[in-house]
Design a protein around this ligand. Structure first.
Ligand SMILES: Cc1cc2nc3c(=O)[nH]c(=O)nc-3n(C[C@H](O)[C@H](O)[C@H](O)COP(=O)(O)O)c2cc1C
Length: 227
């Protein structure tokens, strides 16, 4: 069952009125020099070799600025690997050979009202390959800390530039998750902009929802585990 095709989404999505967090922080999606952050930011990657052979590998690729979307991707990889499937969790910039994957999940943090450019470029550049395998997208954002129907609609809007960047890829599902705001991972300037805008710090991730979605993707993407 598909969540919603791109065509359906475009026709159904209405324009957002009012001011979104994307507008709040427009221009603050600037690179965050490590020297300006209070803590060292890491981007986790992990692989599971799986049991059995011939089932093909699954890729969970992500882009992130402050590291926390990578932690979501790793948790998804863990859930999928529990069945014995071979899984790689990689930052999009480190994916080298897409042809080895039979199913792909791509996710990104939302900064400035859309996926990070690395994730969008990844799907746009690889769309010929990605349209030949089942693909799912996810995002992590502040808006989904309060998953009202209006906020879900706004979060789906964040996905729109990605859908337009890779029109031949039709994701079978789109996971919309709450992320993390941690000022110690941001530059002084960015954290000040967010504070002034009333953005609250917190780890808003709903691990139950993330793991349930990953389990659902195991079925929906036809991922085969070992015996
Ligand atoms: C500069 C900046 C811009 C952001 N823009 C948005 C936004 O437009 N909408 C939103 O819902 N969340 C926004 N967020 C919240 C992030 O999506 C959230 O903190 C996410 O979990 C960060 O993931 P990361 O740690 O992988 O970078 C923004 C955060 C930062 C630091």
């Amino acid at each position: 069952m598909k969540d919603m095709t791109r065509r359906e989404f475009i026709s159904k999505a209405s324009r957002i009125s009012g001011m979104s967090l994307g507008m709040f922080v427009a221009g603050s999606g600037m690179p965050l020099p490590a020297t300006l952050r209070a803590v060292q930011v890491g981007f986790p990657e992990k692989s599971w070799e799986g049991r059995g052979s011939g089932a093909g590998r699954t890729l969970v690729a992500y882009d992130s600025k402050c590291g926390t979307t990578g932690e979501i991707a790793v948790r998804m990889g863990e859930v999928i690997a529990q069945s014995g499937a071979a899984v790689d969790v990689l930052k999009v910039q480190n994916v080298s050979d897409l042809s080895q994957y039979r199913a792909v999940i791509v996710g990104s943090a939302v900064h400035g009202g859309k996926w990070l450019s690395g994730a969008m470029e990844f799907v746009a550049y690889n769309q010929e390959t990605l349209c030949t395998v089942p693909v799912a997208y996810f995002l992590a954002c502040y808006t989904m800390r309060d998953p009202t129907s209006e906020n879900r609609r706004l979060a789906m809007e964040y996905m729109q530039p990605t859908l337009e960047a890779a029109p031949s890829v039709e994701p079978v599902a789109t996971g919309l998750f709450a992320g993390v705001v941690d000022y110690s991972r941001l530059s002084f300037l960015t954290s000040k902009i967010l504070q002034v805008r009333g953005v609250k710090e917190g780890d808003f991730r709903d691990w139950g929802a993330i793991m349930a979605w990953a389990g659902w993707m195991h079925t929906l993407l036809g991922i085969k585990g070992g015996v």
